[in-house]
Write a protein that binds this ligand. Sequence first.
Ligand code: IPM
Ligand code: MG
Length: 366
Amino acid sequence: MNFNIVCIPGDGIGPEIVAEAKKVLNKIAEKYGHNIAYKDILMGGASIDVYGEPLTDEAIKVAKAADAVLLGSIGGNASTSPWYRIAPELRPEAGLLKLRKTLNLFANLRPAYLYEELQEACPLRENVVSDGFDMIIVRELTGGLYFGERSTREINGILTALDTLSYTEKEIRRIAVKGFETAMKRRKKVTSVDKVNVLDSSRLWRKVVEDVARDYPEVSLEHMIVDNCAMQLVKNPKQFDVILTENMFGDILSDEASMITGSIGMLPSASLNDTKFGVYEPSGGSAPDIAGKGIANPIAAILSAAMMLRYSFDLENEAGEIETAVKQVLSEGYRTVDIFPQDKSQYGVVKQVDTETMGSLIAEHI
Ligand code: IPM
Ligand code: MG
């Protein structure tokens, strides 16, 4: 197969981890006889530095023409970086939101899985996670608070900030369908998360999700209120299969889910529209504090590349091979610093490696 992949290395640790994901993709391509053409575009702070805006229309055009996009991360330190002294709509994050909205990437899939090898990196007590967990968060990505009308102005002499949370029935239906379709390929359970006791948007959410559920009689549906879900994630994460939720709740819950896998550096994600096109990116941020040190964990980026092969190119074998390689390298005891056990005497032989070595080890196992 020939693929055209656009890479957005971005800011912070982005370029370092994207380089490792490419290393692994190239190994797959070599082994299975695929041809990959890469093209880089700028987004986030990297684009602000050159063009004064976080994502140009020209860059979007290039992304749109690709088969898939591999993204590192964007953004910097909000209190020290000059990127945060300009208008909000020109800051790094605005580029990412523009990319999601213009490419209609309404479905964000974030799988959170506890590797046996990383049980010691999980901050939860052993008896809570002794049987592991395996869930996927299906997050709505182009609606809700992120894209509602917003402003800050003086009303009657009082400075007032406004953010708007709205959802249409259509927006809820298409992400719900994605959630149920995802569940059909897994353990057939959907937990729909809302704040139905307070928000109108949640009341509509629940109604539409129930309606969609009628088309999936094999899938069991439960509703959960978001604050309870935050609690259940640390109390009993094993209960979840598919968590279906709106944009802001999904943002928060996916960080929580990533942390219990051991590190936010482990969590990949796929942002999809209703074609085969997708943007694949680690769920974690740009980690400006560790950028350039060569210590970032590239696994989330590498697993995002595996999701790309699965969702955009239907290459299940190749995707599975990357996932197996990651597992093997972990079981051989290699760890980046974020997943390195604090008390290593307890856990047999473990070896701390840098970003590049982790990427090379995973590539060598393919
Ligand atoms: C994420 C990130 C983004 C979000 C930020 C960078 C705008 O936190 O992908 O989860 O809030 O969606
Ligand atoms: Mg987030």
